[in-house]
Write a protein of this length. Structure first.
Length: 126
């Protein structure tokens, strides 16, 4: 039961952070693309790559810490459910090229950010 509460607490923190950041970023742009979620996914991908290295090296976390941080906070922050829905919405709005550009950019840049986070975490721990 403790593990479930840790994930729920972390998830609520991460989801709230995602909502606030994505909404603020989206309000600040006139783009037709969902740049708020895009930015959150890139930031989250970078952070999860960095944290994944750090918690297995110099800052080893017990299972409960990992559940709170990785599954809860970061899982709530970087969920791709919004990404999937927004992609489908673009398609349903008759914008298949924008949908494909959004899917491609999110995946390529997100994976690149995770790689950069991993690389920096590995470099930092040497």
């Amino acid at each position: 039961m403790t593990n479930i509460l840790l994930v729920a607490l972390g998830g609520s923190i991460g989801a709230t952070m995602r909502y606030l950041l994505a909404a603020a970023l989206q309000r600040g742009t006139a783009s037709a693309l969902p740049l708020g979620t895009f930015t959150v996914n890139v930031i989250g991908s970078f952070v999860i790559g960095l944290v994944a290295v750090l918690i297995t090296g110099p800052w080893v976390l017990k299972e409960q810490g990992r559940l709170l941080l990785m599954t809860g906070v970061l899982g709530g922050f970087t969920t791709f459910s919004s990404f999937a829905l927004e992609s489908l919405t673009l398609a349903n709005q008759g914008q298949p090229l924008r949908m494909l550009a959004y899917i491609g950019a999110t995946n390529v840049i997100g994976i690149g950010a995770a790689f950069l986070g991993w690389f920096l975490g590995d470099w930092w721990t040497r």
